[in-house]
Ligand binder design. Structure first.
Ligand SMILES: NC(=O)c1ccc[n+]([C@@H]2O[C@H](COP(=O)([O-])OP(=O)(O)OC[C@H]3O[C@@H](n4cnc5c(N)ncnc54)[C@H](O)[C@@H]3O)[C@@H](O)[C@H]2O)c1
Length: 389
């Protein structure tokens, strides 16, 4: 059964409102396992605990302290495994596996879970190569199970509202788009991986092999939601960037991108990893300019200013998440998106509906990041066909 986005979000909202435990067998709680129980998984667990649709029954991670912390957050009875393959071999009761490992492992874990006939929600970025993304899509097709990608901002009410307003023609035809992310450096307590060159245990976010690219690790959120508002095919990507401040690592600390679309739309994007004074802070800015006016998010509202002048029109966005989610430190928008992405995942598992953030959507997002990375490293304009389809 296919649902359009609006119908789905209404259904999801109704499901949230009905926060009573499911009654019939077909509405029983969905049994979830998490593979990779580091920092992001701890936020997922808080969201899952607020959703009566799910119960977390198993966790897998080779790092004991992260596994133990995740188990304590779940509370109650939860099985723990140091090896996700053992978990998949033993557990025949799983409805879904959530993949929250470092990026380079998403494809391998997702493929294994799908081949065991288990639905998968994989964190962003979908994979670190287009070939890996294609393997994941093929595994989902073969198993007939759901593959959803964790680009949760597609569910964030702010961006859902912007998308609606774009489609309603509020700013006319979109012609120019800009996104920026100015953030602090990667979290120091991220998992460490032995640097293939030196053997030294190194933050996985600073190695190309484990992260894919900085643009994939962050920036992908803004690029994805804005790309989703542009109804055209990417033709060319030009990027400049590298390491200006954090010189002792493989992954870049800044980039400026221009993405050309078939329709003539230009999408410019800036990424800066030394863009904040305080640790663990981030600012994300966005503007869409069209033939009639300009749109930008302002706090929890969306503003539209017309070229003809007059007062800005301010649009409110609805926040469907309960306080337990919206009050969390990671920020209400982020977690509202995660909450809704789980409602979407539950809906897809129960109805077979193709996820809105499908493997194809995830693949397009990583492809834009990979093209930008290729462009800045090879110092040339690259085309969509410079990477596999
Ligand atoms: N959607 C978002 O907003 C968002 C935010 C933060 C992170 N993420 C994504 O979540 C993922 C994890 O990020 P994080 O911040 O939790 O990283 P982290 O470094 O805190 O944790 C990674 C965890 O993966 C575990 N791991 C390593 N190898 C494993 C294996 N073979 N099997 C199982 N687990 C393994 C590590 O032991 C560690 O516990 C990344 O893909 C990241 O991009 C998404």
């Amino acid at each position: 059964m296919q649902m359009d986005r609006r119908t789905f979000l209404l259904a999801a909202g109704a499901s949230a409102a009905a926060a009573a435990p499911p009654q019939s067998d077909s509405q029983r709680r969905l049994r979830i396992a998490i593979v990779g129980t580091g920092h992001r998984a701890w936020a997922h667990i808080q969201v899952l605990k607020a959703l009566p649709e799910f119960e977390v029954v198993a966790l897998a991670d080779p790092t004991p302290q992260n596994l133990d912390h995740a188990a304590s957050l779940v509370g109650g009875k939860v099985a723990t495994y140091s090896d996700y393959k053992k978990m998949l071999a033993e557990r025949k009761d799983l409805d879904g596996v959530i993949v929250i490992t470092p990026n380079f492992l998403h494809a391998e874990v997702a493929e294994a879970a799908l081949s065991h006939g288990i639905n998968v929600l994989s964190e962003k970025p979908m994979a670190t190569t287009v070939d890996d993304a294609n393997r994941m899509i093929a595994a989902a097709q073969k198993s007939g199970k759901i593959l959803q990608i964790g680009q949760q901002n597609r569910f964030n009410p702010l961006y859902v509202k912007m998308n609606e307003l774009v489609r309603a023609g509020e700013i006319g035809e979109v012609r120019f788009v800009n996104g920026n992310i100015y953030r602090s450096d990667w979290y120091k307590l991220s998992w460490k991986y032995p640097d293939p060159k030196t053997g030294v245990a190194t933050n996985w976010r600073t190695l190309t092999h484990t992260a894919g690219s900085s643009l994939m690790e962050d920036g992908i959120h803004e690029m994805d939601v804005l790309h989703g508002m542009i109804d055209s095919q990417v033709t060319r990507v030009y990027a400049s960037g590298g390491n200006n401040v954090y010189l002792d690592r493989e992954t870049i600390d800044h980039a400026g991108l221009v993405i050309d679309y078939e329709s003539g739309v230009k999408f410019t994007f800036n990424f800066c990893l030394y863009g904040q004074g305080a640790p663990r802070t981030v600012s994300r800015l966005m503007v869409l300019a069209g033939t009639k006016g300009i749109m930008t998010p302002e706090g929890k509202q969306v503003s539209v200013r017309l070229h003809t002048g007059g007062q800005a029109k301010m649009y409110d966005t609805k926040d469907a998440a309960p306080d337990v989610i919206t009050a969390r430190n990671a920020g209400p928008d982020q977690d509202t998106g995660t909450y809704r992405e789980y409602l979407a995942f539950a809906n897809s598992i129960r109805t077979g509906a193709k996820p809105m953030v499908s493997g194809e959507v995830g693949k397009a997002a990583i492809k834009i990041s990979l093209l930008a990375e290729k462009s800045l490293r090879e110092r040339r304009i690259v085309t969509w066909n410079d990477l596999p389809a």
